[in-house]
Design a protein around this ligand. Structure first.
Ligand SMILES: *Cc1c(COP(=O)(O)O)cnc(C)c1O
Length: 228
């Protein structure tokens, strides 16, 4: 077995074990394989190993890989990166999910550009949970107001929240995200998804109710560009 397939298998085993330990069902936890900067061939390897959910950070890269793997119609593409107006169309046409919704203008464009044939685009609101100036995401205080605006867009389906905590601050941030998620669900009971946790901190994220963990390095190995 090759490395990617092995690491994928190991990741699923580790998640299962962690869920057992936490006494939560591993059926509520989705592993999203973050394939940014990796070639389509790597995605295909993971696909052959049974993985169907993949995430990309760059609109053009998402569109290119989706094209290259167009015959794999059961791949579910997630977009998790920052999104500018001039790139929304690529995402509206390629992704099933967008985790990084933090501007109404962008959400409106995605809604307008979403092809009817693809059904609703599932979206998560990104929170700037550590109050970082440089980070994407809305301020947690604005969550309900922003959610109400997103919820009026008919081509979008509000499914939950996402965050990328500051380095070293994961646990507090995840705990806060869990509270925000519960608050959101009081108003939008179907918006249950909580996308948080990456290769270095997914175990902590699971303790605080993560339902989507985004693993890049743990599946595909180190990336050699210094993005982020
Ligand atoms: C790159 C990236 C990941 C994956 O990070 P790893 O540490 O490689 O697991 C997850 N989420 C987002 C938003 C990312 O940009």
């Amino acid at each position: 077995m090759n490395n990617i397939a092995e690491q994928l298998k190991l990741a699923y085993q580790n998640i299962k074990q962690k869920c057992l330990q936490l006494q939560i069902s591993n059926k509520t936890v989705q592993l999203i394989a973050v394939s940014k900067t990796k070639p389509a061939a790597d995605i295909l390897t993971a696909y052959t190993g049974g993985q169907r959910r993949f995430a990309e950070n760059y609109p053009q890269e998402l569109a290119d890989k989706q094209q290259q793997l167009a015959d794999k119609t059961d791949i579910e593409w997630h977009f998790i990166g920052p999104l500018q107006s001039n790139k929304t169309k690529l995402v509206a046409q390629s992704a099933a999910w967008v985790h990084s919704i933090d501007r109404l203008k962008i959400a409106k464009r995605l809604a307008e550009q979403r092809p009817n044939s693809l059904g609703k685009l599932k979206v998560l609101i990104q929170l700037n949970i550590c109050n970082e100036n440089s980070k994407s995401g809305i301020a947690p205080e604005s969550l309900l107001e922003f959610a109400a605006q997103i919820n009026t867009l008919p081509q979008l389906e509000l499914k939950g929240l996402m965050a990328i905590p500051a380095l070293g601050d994961s646990e507090q941030a995840f705990a806060a995200m869990q509270q925000h998620s519960l608050q959101l669900q009081q108003h939008y009971p179907h918006a249950k998804e909580l996308s948080m946790g990456m290769s270095a901190d997914w175990q902590i994220a699971l303790r605080y109710g993560a339902t989507m963990i985004r693993l890049g390095t743990a599946i595909f190995g180190k990336r050699d560009t210094n993005e982020e």
